[in-house]
Design a protein around this ligand. Sequence first.
Ligand code: AMP
Ligand code: MN
Ligand code: MN
Ligand code: MN
Length: 296
Amino acid sequence: MSNAICFDLHSHSTMSDGELPPRELVRQAAASGVQVLALTDHDVTDGVADAQDEAGLAGIRLVPGVEISVSWADHLVHIVGLGIDTSNSALQQGLSGLRDKRMQRAQAIAERLVKAGIDGAWDGALRYAAGQVVSRNHFARYLVECGRARDTQQAFKRYLSRGKQGYVAMHWATLEQAVGWITGAGGQAVIAHPARYRMSRTLLKALIEDFIAAGGVAIEVLSSSHSPAEARQIAALARQTGLLASSGSDFHGPGAPWARLGSLPPLSIECTPVWRDWDLMRDVTALAPPVSIRSA
Ligand code: AMP
Ligand code: MN
Ligand code: MN
Ligand code: MN
C-alpha cells in the first residue's frame, strides 16, 4: 500500500466550465481520496471561498488556484496559479479583463454559429454558464443539446476548435502578465497540460524558457490529457529545465469522464514536486493515510 499523499492540483467548478458547484466538487474530491485539492477555474477565483470552507468540513486541504488564458506565439496556452492570495488587486484586475474578453468572444462565436445555420447559441451558452464565466465548453453543451454533436468533444472537433466555423481567435493575457499576476499574488505559476498544445519539442522548450524568464516555476507532468509516454517526456523536460512537477486531473464533472478526481498515479521519484516547500508538508502526518505495517 502506498502512503503517498493524494494531490489533485487542477479542477473546475460551475464558477467557470465545471459541472459541480465548488462545495460539491470538494465533497466529491474527498470521497475520491483526494487529500489536497486545487480549485483552478478559468480566469476566476470566485469559487475559492466556498471550496475552502467545505474543505475544512471534509477534512482535506484546498489550495486557492486559477487557470489563466494566455496567448503565446500564436498558441492558446493555459497557466495555472497555485497558492494565490485571491484578494490581490492586480490579479483580480487582470482576471476581470480576461472575463470581459470572454464575453466579447462569446458574442463573436454566437454570430459565427448563426452563419453556420445554428441559431440560439448565444442564449444557449449563457444559460449553461448560468451567470458565471462563459467558456467554449458552454457552447459545446448547447451544440450537443440541439443535436449538432454527439458529445462535447465532437462539438469541439466540428465547430469550436481552432480553424473550425465557430472558432474565434483572441489576444488573451501575455505569458509575462499571467505569471506576474500569479507570483505577485504569492502563488506559483505552472504550465498546464503541455502535451495538449501539440508543440514541437523546440517550441515547447522556447515556451519553457520564456516562462522561466517571467518567473514561472512548475509544469504539469501528470494530467488526464497526457499519455504515460507524454508524462515521461515532460518529466524529463522538467528535470532538464529545473521546473518543479505538478499533477492535476483537470476534472470538469461527471459529464467529462476522461478526467476523474484523484485518478492520477503518484509522480515518479525523478520529479521534484511543486508542493515540496509547501507549509502543509511540515505536518504531513496529519494528511498521510495509515502506513501499512509489513513484517520484515
Ligand atoms: P475556453 O477556455 O473557453 O477557450 O474553453 C476551453 C475549454 O474547453 C477547456 O478548458 C476544456 O475544458 C474544453 N475543451 C477544449 N478542447 C476540448 C475538446 N477537444 N473536447 C472537449 N472539451 C474541450
Ligand atoms: Mn475547461
Ligand atoms: Mn486548460
Ligand atoms: Mn483546466
